[in-house]
Ligand binder design. Structure first.
Ligand SMILES: Nc1nc2c(c(=O)[nH]1)N[C@H]1C(S)=C(S)[C@@H](COP(=O)(O)O)O[C@H]1N2
Ligand SMILES: [Mo]
Length: 304
């Protein structure tokens, strides 16, 4: 097992897991845990071939996070999540559109019916989870603002609030966190604008109040705590691509046979009891039949 840069090992996972099980009873974590399930009215459940009983342990998914705005290790986000104030919250949708709009989060959450969708989630560092997210296809929102013919890409910007996000007072990454998709990737029905997980409102450490989920790409493409969605003509330069272009390309489709540092043949899947299951990594994270056509004729080694 040869996991890349800020690398973790199975023993790190076990160690962190023990630690979070200890802290989960603590006040800070309890205060940051989600609100009422009734906030989200789910109209449909979609399994995408996955079994709900296989969903990763909820406490693991909510206490082992990458959210560098809080800090670079996996447990800081859940410990500090309560610092981020998520109401009121607005999301701007603008750029190459006929109808730029600014949404209050509670309005945004209701512009389309919410679905509970179970997806695979693969972090570039070598671990994976199975997560029931709640949201609707991003395409529903993008159609509302009516993209112009110049809209070739979509740029996603996470919140910039150094007073609530301690690591934004450092330059470990360029802030705000920025991500991008090609317009056809953004319009793909699997691309989810996400407001919840496990039947509940999205915890801040998982990207509350609203995040992106792109299940066939490495986890870092799924930007958290969004404040702006901008349609643009030129390909954006995402935060991680800027930091380390040899490893984190614009596409970052999950691909076990890449020769870049992110290509890796297998992964540690975190199971329903928090146990680790070593399994092969699949091309497009197992979603090839849904998304491979988007990349027809492209050299995946060149456009990694
Ligand atoms: N704003 C922001 N979004 C982010 C990150 C981050 O550090 N900041 N980390 C990314 C990475 S590397 C992963 S694997 C996923 C983790 O999501 P999860 O904590 O819900 O598993 O969020 C992604 N989105
Ligand atoms: Mo990640």
């Amino acid at each position: 097992m040869n996991i890349i840069p800020s690398s973790i090992t199975p023993s790190d996972i076990y160690w962190n897991r023990r630690r979070f099980i200890q802290t989960i009873t603590g006040l800070t974590v309890a205060a940051s845990l989600p609100v009422k399930a009734s906030d989200l009215h789910v109209i449909a459940h979609r399994n995408y071939g996955l079994n709900r009983s296989e969903a990763t342990l909820f406490d693991f998914a909510t206490h082992y996070n990458n959210f560098y705005e809080f800090g670079p290790d996996k447990t800081t986000p859940s410990n500090l999540a309560a610092l981020l104030v998520t109401r009121p919250w607005t999301v701007v949708v603008d750029g190459e559109v006929h109808k730029p709009m600014t949404f209050d989060i509670d309005v945004l959450q209701k512009i389309s019916g919410l679905e509970d969708r179970i997806y695979r989630h693969r972090c570039v560092e070598g671990w994976s989870m199975t997560i029931p997210w709640i949201g609707y296809s991003l395409s529903k929102l993008l159609k509302k603002v009516r993209p112009t013919g110049n809209a070739k890409f979509v740029e996603f910007t996470s919140v910039y609030r150094p007073s609530q996000l301690p690591e934004q007072n450092t330059s470990i990454l360029q802030w705000p966190y920025l991500e991008g998709l090609r317009i056809d990737e953004a319009m793909h029905p699997l691309t989810l604008l996400c407001f919840g997980m496990y039947g509940q409102t999205l915890p801040n450490q998982n990207g509350g109040p609203v995040r992106l989920v792109v299940p066939w790409k490495y986890g870092f493409k799924s930007a958290k705590s969004l404040v702006r969605i901008r349609l643009v003509e030129d390909q954006p330069i995402p935060t991680w691509q800027l930091k380390r272009p040899d490893a984190y390309g614009f596409y970052s489709n999950v691909n076990p046979s890449l020769s870049t540092p992110s290509g890796h043949p297998d992964e540690y899947h975190i199971g329903p009891q928090g146990e680790l299951i070593n399994q092969p990594t699949l091309l497009f994270n197992g979603y090839a039949k849904d998304v491979a056509h988007l990349y027809k004729g492209m050299d995946l080694g060149q456009f990694y």
